[in-house]
Ligand binder design. Structure first.
Ligand code: CNA
Length: 348
């Protein structure tokens, strides 16, 4: 869901610079190749003990759909459960067409049917989202770059100015013909009443401001990395296949002495090489990884308390019955034991 139609000369130069940096780091031909490893032990445990003893000062996070799968939102590319394997009911010529602008203009129905299923507000944030909020509260987070359109970062309480929602959000909506803006509430009403949203002024199609293939990324995405990555000492990349450009090229902005940690269920060829000096791979679940980080740093109780406090905002007030009175008397679960089914009960 990305890509500009006609980038300007400075964007072209920047893309070339980032591509070359990526290529050099993949080939381990970085100008700084004689330097030693950024930390002595490039295993995940080595990273945790370095963080514990030396700390990091400026952290950038970069995430994709994998940080929201434990909330119940499918990603794109996981075989079987990913969205691209489950769009048959929409009879699309190709699964990615659901996010193609040209296809949308011809046939917006499949997109709006999917938008209803995945509408932000039906799901609650995961431990990863709250861990990122904790990084911010500890003044360690420079910026959070997300490809997600589920707004779970906002729901987790991460301030808007700390985020770059690279593929846009459902928070604002515009008419594709005349550019008139429509509110989130207006769009939600259309989506949930299965009505194709048409502009009150010109009858054009109104689309949420999420970035489709063939559309431009928000200016912030181009403006902020140069400053954000300056002196950044840790880049954490979570739950992304790094398949979608230009978002994936952000990893090339990290300076040679910036440690880059990839946390993902599947390994990614282009991330790290056997001779790399600063890349760490954690192949597994990102909720597990953040709990390991929290534990190593002594933040587990704080993270649990934050999840518990914020989680209560999503819960319906209980109606006391003799049955649940009995259950209430049982020992309370810790927040880590609270099931992360994450489907938010709709508030009436
Ligand atoms: P992707 O290409 O589907 O990759 C997701 C990656 O996450 C895969 O490599 C998975 O192995 C991995 N993964 C899945 N679950 C976990 C987990 N629990 N722990 C660790 N790793 C996991 O998705 P990307 O985000 O890389 O691709 C970018 C697209 C997907 C963007 O345009 C998004 O807008 C779009 N997308 C967003 C959402 C959302 O907002 N939640 C959902 C689906 C797709």
């Amino acid at each position: 869901m990305s890509g500009r139609d006609s980038p300007g000369p400075s964007e072209v130069l920047e893309t070339i610079r980032v591509s070359l940096t990526n290529l050099f780091s993949r080939l381990a031909l970085h100008p700084d190749q004689s330097a030693s490893k950024v930390i002595p032990d490039l295993s995940f445990d080595g990273f945790l003990s370095h963080w514990k003893s030396n700390g990091f000062k400026k952290i950038v996070t970069m995430v994709g759909a994998g940080i929201s799968t434990s909330a119940g939102i499918p990603d794109f590319r996981t075989p079987g459960s990913g969205l691209y394997d489950n769009l048959q009911k929409y009879n699309l010529p190709h699964p990615t067409d659901i996010f193609e602008l040209d296809y949308f203009i011809e046939n917006p129905k499949p997109f709006y049917a999917l938008a209803k299923e995945l509408y932000p507000g039906n799901f609650r944030p995961t431990p990863v989202h709250y861990f990122i909020r904790l990084l911010n509260e500890k003044n360690l987070l420079v910026r959070h770059y997300t490809q997600n359109i589920d707004s779970l970062e906002r729901l987790a309480g991460l301030p808007e100015e700390k985020m770059v929602e690279a593929h846009g959000t459902f928070h604002t909506n515009h008419c594709l013909e005349c550019g008139l803006e429509f509110s989130k509430e207006w769009m939600k009403e259309k989506i949930f009443s299965d009505t194709i949203p048409l502009c009150d002024a010109c009858n054009g199609i109104v689309k949420p401001d999420i970035v489709f293939f063939g559309e431009g990324m928000p200016d912030k995405f181009y403006d902020m990395p140069a400053e954000d990555f300056k002196n950044c000492d840790l880049l954490i990349v979570m739950g992304t296949s790094l398949e979608v450009y230009p978002f994936a090229s952000l990893v090339g902005h990290a300076e040679p002495n910036c440690l880059r940690v990839l946390i993902n269920r599947t390994s990614i060829d282009k991330f790290g090489s056997p001779t790399n000096k600063r890349d760490i791979n954690f192949i597994g679940d990102c909720d597990d990884a953040v709990w390991k980080m929290a534990e190593a740093l002594g933040w587990s109780d704080e993270l649990k308390a934050l999840i518990k406090k914020e989680g209560s905002k999503f819960e319906k007030p209980k109606v006391r019955t003799s049955d649940n009175k009995h259950n209430d008397d049982k020992k309370p679960k810790t927040s880590r034991e609270v099931p992360q089914s994450n489907q938010i009960e709709k508030k009436s």
